[in-house]
Write a new protein. Structure first.
Length: 330
């Protein structure tokens, strides 16, 4: 009974909305304020001063008491205004590997002419990042969140708070941003060799790697191997160019789920595939990825690395164990 009443009271006061997309404006109903311990001690002191002034008929005591009361009320208004009407949105979140910390970025915009000071952003009340925002400016605040498991991870509920200017009041607002971080599987330690390359025809011996004969230059594209960049041409002031070689390789490097031992569980297989993806990109090879129910076509570059790692991060172990790249029997 008590827990249900407490839960209803919490939802009535704080009105949790779930993840919110776009920009969040901290309007009046989203900002909460309560006195701090120092604020309660301040109020108790003023009460004692008022009682003493009444008992002893101290005119100056009344003046000082009401002056300090006005100061406290003014501090409460400034604390509330320091947080109200800010605009909050989520920034880009870089992918991480399981076991690392995801850095969620929050953009704080101040559309008013009033400077904002000592704004704190926290998730667990342990790690706090403070920032100041000048009038009509915006800043980026970041929050590190542990990422223990692969998949899509959300930051959870963040708290933006302030106690400026006197620390007598604590104003805060809850933020549930519609942001997520892709957490890749933790790769196995280096040392395992890549699987053997396959013939493009599906059988037979490899016909070479197709990078023996220089055939010309082309415009550089993001993701091209830096080893193939024509650095001498760039040193002469020309645009970045990439060397081309004749004779495309007939060998294909496939990172296949079925190449792994059946004794491995799902997470161990994903970790091993993540290691192969990293090693294949480091070697500068083109590669593809085969998972049950999903196939990433052959490609190269950083974009292929991120594409394959994301597929591993979002892999559903309940997916059917099939290879979509091969024809099914009639």
């Amino acid at each position: 009974m008590y827990a249900a009443l407490k839960n209803r009271l919490y939802h009535w006061i704080f009105q949790p909305r779930g993840p919110e997309a776009g920009t969040i404006v901290l309007v009046q109903r989203r900002v909460f304020i309560l006195p701090t311990r120092q604020g309660l001690a301040y109020a108790a002191t003023l009460l004692l001063m008022l009682i003493g002034s009444i008992n002893y008929g101290l005119g100056l005591g009344f003046v000082l008491t009401f002056l300090l009361v006005g100061l406290g009320i003014n501090a409460m208004l400034h604390t509330f205004r320091n947080l109200a009407h800010l605009r909050v949105s989520s920034g880009r979140v870089a992918p991480v590997f399981a076991g690392e910390h995801a850095r969620f970025t929050v953009r704080l915009q101040n559309p008013t002419v009033t400077n904002r000071y000592e704004l704190g952003l926290t998730r667990d009340r342990i790690g706090v990042e403070f920032c100041n925002i000048a009038s009509r400016r915006d800043v980026l605040a970041s929050m590190d969140v542990p990422a223990p498991r692969r998949g899509l991870m959300r930051p959870g509920r963040l708290t933006l708070f302030t106690r400026y200017p006197l620390g007598l009041f604590h104003a805060w607002s809850y933020l549930d941003l519609d942001a997520h971080c892709v957490v890749y599987p933790r790769p196995t330690p280096p040392g395992s060799s890549l699987p053997p390359e396959e013939s493009a025809a599906g059988s037979g011996a490899l016909r070479g790697h197709g990078q023996e004969d220089f055939s010309g230059l082309r415009q550089y594209h993001p993701g091209d191997s830096l080893r193939h960049v024509a650095w001498k041409a760039a040193a002469r002031g020309r645009d970045l160019l990439t060397k081309q070689f004749s004779g495309r390789a007939d060998a294909e490097l496939w990172l296949d789920w079925r190449q792994l031992p059946v004794t491995m569980d799902v997470e161990q297989k994903l970790s091993q595939l993540a290691r192969w993806v990293i090693d294949a990109r480091t070697r500068g090879a083109s590669f593809g990825l085969r998972l049950p129910g999903n196939t990433i076509p052959m490609a190269g570059g950083d974009a292929q690395r991120e594409r394959c790692l994301e597929a591993l991060a979002l892999f559903d172990s309940r997916a059917p164990d099939r290879d979509e790249s091969r024809p099914r029997p009639a």
